[in-house]
Ligand binder design. Structure first.
Ligand code: FES
Length: 188
């Protein structure tokens, strides 16, 4: 499993030198998915396995009382650029990888498809808990499994916004994965 999971960090940032327990749990779940993919797709899964993690200033997204199951909320993160930072927050109604809240079912993802940046924000399908199909080339991403590709042209999972709870409030604190549109996420 160790070879299937790499955390890529830039030494010029102030990111911590090792992952904390939360990050470990987060990526451990992702590695399980990666191992499953390895058995199906072989070497191509190595690309999907390379996880890029960046911490950013925390931003309050919503309170628990603001969320209704299967009704996504749009937001911008990790900056305010509407062409780059569009994200979606959703309460899935079932436990998800990286999920927070009492039922561990609240997740958030970049809305930009990892294939060529198609906008996925309005494509949530509650019956399957996915974003997609992408309007450009039909890739679909599983929100219960860290944004894993389940169909289509993209080969990388949808970048997941790392969430934390503070009381009843939901905060974004980082991004796991490379947001479409750059060689690195901002600040890395
Ligand atoms: S841009 Fe989404 S599948 Fe091509």
């Amino acid at each position: 499993m160790k070879d299937d999971l790499k955390l890529v960090k830039d030494t010029e940032t102030n990111l911590p030198g090792c992952i904390n327990r939360r990050q470990f749990l987060f990526y451990s779940a992702g590695a399980v998915s990666t191992l499953a993919l390895s058995s199906v797709f072989g070497a191509s899964s190595a690309l999907a396995a390379e996880a890029l993690f960046a911490e950013y200033p925390s931003k309050k997204l919503a309170s628990l009382s603001d969320l209704n199951q299967d009704q996504p909320i749009d937001f911008l993160y990790p900056n305010d650029d509407p062409t780059y930072a569009q994200c979606v927050l959703v309460k899935l109604g079932e436990k998800a990888g990286g999920g927070v809240g009492p039922d561990q079912d609240i997740v958030a993802f970049s809305s930009l498809c990892t294939h060529m940046g198609g906008l996925l924000g309005r494509s949530y399908k509650e019956e399957h808990k996915v974003l997609g199909p992408c309007p450009s080339h039909l890739t679909t991403f599983d929100l219960t499994r860290h944004g894993m590709v389940v169909a289509g042209h993209a080969v990388e999972s949808l970048p997941q916004i790392v969430l934390e709870m503070k009381g009843n409030d939901i905060y974004a604190t980082g991004v796991a994965g490379l947001i479409f549109g750059g060689a690195k996420n901002p600040g890395m």
